[in-house]
Design a protein around this ligand. Structure first.
Ligand SMILES: C[S@@+](CC[C@H](N)C(=O)[O-])C[C@H]1O[C@@H](n2cnc3c(N)ncnc32)[C@H](O)[C@@H]1O
Ligand code: SF4
Length: 349
């Protein structure tokens, strides 16, 4: 039996594949459920007013607990960690967590997804702590539309400042996420493409998903990635680039050498078949799918003093029973009334 906190040998056996043969490779860690934005597709203001009760500090995993669980996951085959939220930069001392995670033997990639507001303050410290990559969210280049898409909380200039700070800190090229909602920001898609063409940064359009229960999702608000490809290709011809089955993004590049662009078509072209991702919420629940209804509590055994070996066995057992493929079954499940999912701000993108 392994002592709590003792380093876990990397040579230990990886987790068995899940019930559909998918191998665990990727862990997304939500470090906080709070956010300084109220994006309508994620945390609409009506559902998350100022007095909403978010997790209290003691309910969240502390950095030691996150590191310990990350070591468990890495010992089971995870090679890629992504920090997310809520807004991860609202978690005090994030560079310290990054340094702890970067020091884990076996971690090949360590990334952060952020809305960028606080990035200028932390970019350099995050880089020095060992963060490898940054993904920023930008839903429009029109200041008014951008403000609306942040729930009236953010300004376009803040994301531009974040991009500049990320470049200065050495994170370039960066990925830029844009969630497209029909009738809200889809008219500005070509402007966004123009903003990032030739910069080396990779813009990715994400189909508006039915995560959570409060974002008022409607199928007719989804703009299929294929429709965007046609629109962009008519202006700047595109050619497809091969992608790995585990990757969420369909990749294209501009024929004229203007760089690459990605499409995360989770609604119209589900990629459950290659999904190697586990998700850990800020309060220590393991979710095996972005659309899970419930998580598996790892905080209780962790705080009860379970050994690393017992935690490994618990995670491996949960993974081996995983049969989630919500996106592939969306129509059938929604028709059957399965509409309850964990909120995205709790487990990150
Ligand atoms: C939940 S956020 C957390 C990190 C950070 N606050 C941010 O916005 O980048 C991660 C990603 O999920 C995306 N997202 C949130 N709700 C979504 C939805 N309903 N459909 C598609 N993507 C969504 C966001 O645009 C963002 O790029
Ligand atoms: S998408 Fe990110 S920035 Fe927007 S509300 Fe959700 S967590 Fe906050």
């Amino acid at each position: 039996m392994t002592r709590p906190g003792a380093p876990i040998a990397l040579q230990q056996a990886a987790a068995p594949p899940d019930a559909l043969g998918r191998v665990l490779a990727d862990l997304r860690i939500s470090v906080i459920d709070r956010c300084n934005f109220r994006c309508p597709y994620c945390m609409p203001e009506e559902a998350y007013p100022e007095d909403h009760s978010f997790l209290r500090a003691r309910e969240r995993l502390d950095f030691e607990e996150i590191e310990r669980l990350a070591r468990v996951f890495v010992s089971l085959g995870v090679r890629k960690l992504r920090l997310t939220g809520g807004e991860p930069l609202l978690r005090r001392g994030l560079p310290e967590l990054v340094a702890r995670l970067a020091a884990i033997e076996g971690v090949e990639d360590l990334a952060l997804t952020t809305n960028g507001v606080l990035l200028p303050r932390f970019a350099q410290a995050l880089r020095e702590a060992g963060l490898k990559r940054v993904t920023l969210s930008m839903d429009s280049t029109d200041p008014e539309v951008f403000r609306r898409m942040s729930g009236g909380r953010g300004e376009l200039d803040q994301v531009e400042a974040a991009i500049a700070a990320a470049e200065r800190a050495g994170f370039a090229p960066i990925k830029i996420n844009c969630v497209v909602m029909r009738g809200v920001n889809d008219a500005g898609v070509l402007d966004l493409v123009e903003r990032f063409r030739g910069t080396g940064h990779v813009l990715r359009f994400i189909e508006y998903m039915d995560v959570g229960t409060v974002n008022g999702w409607r199928n007719d608000r989804v703009v299929p990635g294929a429709e965007l490809v046609r629109r962009i290709d008519a202006r700047w011809p595109l050619e497809s680039v091969s992608h790995s089955p585990a990757s969420t993004a369909r990749r294209w590049r501009f024929v004229d050498g203007g760089g690459e662009i990605g499409f995360i078509n989770s609604v119209t072209e589900p990629f459950c078949g290659g999904c190697a991702r586990a998700r850990l919420s800020a309060d220590g629940k393991l979710y095996t799918c972005l659309f899970s209804r419930a998580g598996h509590d790892l905080r209780a055994p962790l705080r009860a003093g379970e050994s690393d070996g017992a935690l490994r066995a618990a995670v491996a057992g949960i993974w081996s029973h995983r049969g989630d493929r919500y996106s592939e079954r969306r129509a059938e499940l929604r028709a059957a009334g399965v509409l309850e999912h964990v909120e995205m701000y709790r487990i990150g993108g």
